[in-house]
Design a protein around this ligand. Structure first.
Ligand SMILES: [Zn+2]
Length: 294
């Protein structure tokens, strides 16, 4: 059986690099966990896929957080990824439903809206750097390309796609990034552009039809030879735990915990993976005892 993975490689005789990722199972797990509508699934799926691509160049336990702060009905889309191929994310309003576009495609741009794209990198030393750029279309791939060009001065071509079935299941999800490297000529850049311009089918249809990520790449790359340097597993993975949520409860303070204790118990939900954690009265009293004086 096929599994989700990310491949990194070169093309045009080393004058361009590419990152390709299959995220079909990862996006399906996000859809199932959050109970998302098709357009919410497509928006979060594209952002999670783009996040994995950007995260693939991080080191060690660094992570990257992408936030689409658009004025559309989804009211925000967030994804966090790392170089180990782990990604998690959520949309503020998972049930948003919009009419399809004239092309028959899900209207991700209208669901996300326009606003700011915030990209935060958490480095190994604990420092966090955040860059903000205005969104171009809310269709996400274009927005990430614009971010890479304006914030990092890297010209890129990117495809992100999520194919949602009528029964809401994710049939295919994938992404491709191509970046010219120093030494690339105008002709090389044109070759990349015409390659992506020629694609009749979307990348999500291609990944759904392909038996392997190489089969998808063969179709995407057409006549251009490419070289695979590295491959990594990819999965939906959240780092939440009861302990982490306990720390959050302690940080919000004695008064809030005291309020929870009046109810006799409490439930905390992780935004990123929708996991529910139950706290008993005894546990809440123990956390209350660990709070500092106020
Ligand atoms: Zn979680």
């Amino acid at each position: 059986m096929q599994h989700d993975e990310l491949l990194i490689g070169t093309m045009l005789e080393g004058k361009a690099r590419w990152v390709a990722v299959r995220t079909t199972d990862t996006v399906e797990e996000a859809r199932r966990r959050h109970g998302m509508s098709p357009v919410a699934t497509a928006a979060l799926g594209r952002l999670m896929t783009g996040t994995l691509i950007l995260a693939s160049s991080l080191k060690g336990d660094e992570s990257i957080t992408l936030r689409l702060l658009g004025d559309g009905p989804l009211q925000g889309v967030v994804a966090v990824g790392n170089a180990q191929g782990e990604v998690r994310g959520y949309v503020q309003e998972p049930l948003v439903d919009l009419p399809l576009k004239d092309s028959g495609k899900l209207d991700v741009g209208s669901a996300v809206g326009l606003g700011e794209l915030a990209v935060s990198r958490s480095l190994q030393n604990g420092e966090v750097y955040t860059g903000m750029v205005p969104m171009v279309s809310g269709e996400i791939a274009e927005d990430l390309v614009h971010y890479l060009l304006t914030s990092e001065q890297i010209p890129s071509a990117m495809l992100l796609g999520v194919l949602v079935e009528k029964d809401y299941h994710v049939a295919g999800a994938a992404g491709l990034l191509i970046q010219p490297l120093p030494g690339a000529t105008e002709g090389d850049i044109q070759a990349i552009e015409s390659l992506l311009g020629q694609l009749g089918v979307g990348i999500s249809e291609l990944v759904a039809q392909s038996q392997s990520i190489e089969e998808m790449l063969d179709q995407l790359m057409g006549q251009l030879p490419y070289h695979v340097l590295e491959r990594r597993m990819v999965e939906f993975s959240c780092n939440c735990s009861k302990e982490r949520l306990s720390d959050t409860l302690i940080s919000i303070g004695k008064k809030e915990i005291a309020n929870l204790i009046t109810d006799g118990k409490a439930e905390m939900v992780c935004h990123f993976c929708n996991e529910h954690y139950q706290f008993t009265l005894d546990e809440l009293e123990e956390l209350w005892g660990r709070c500092g004086m106020e």
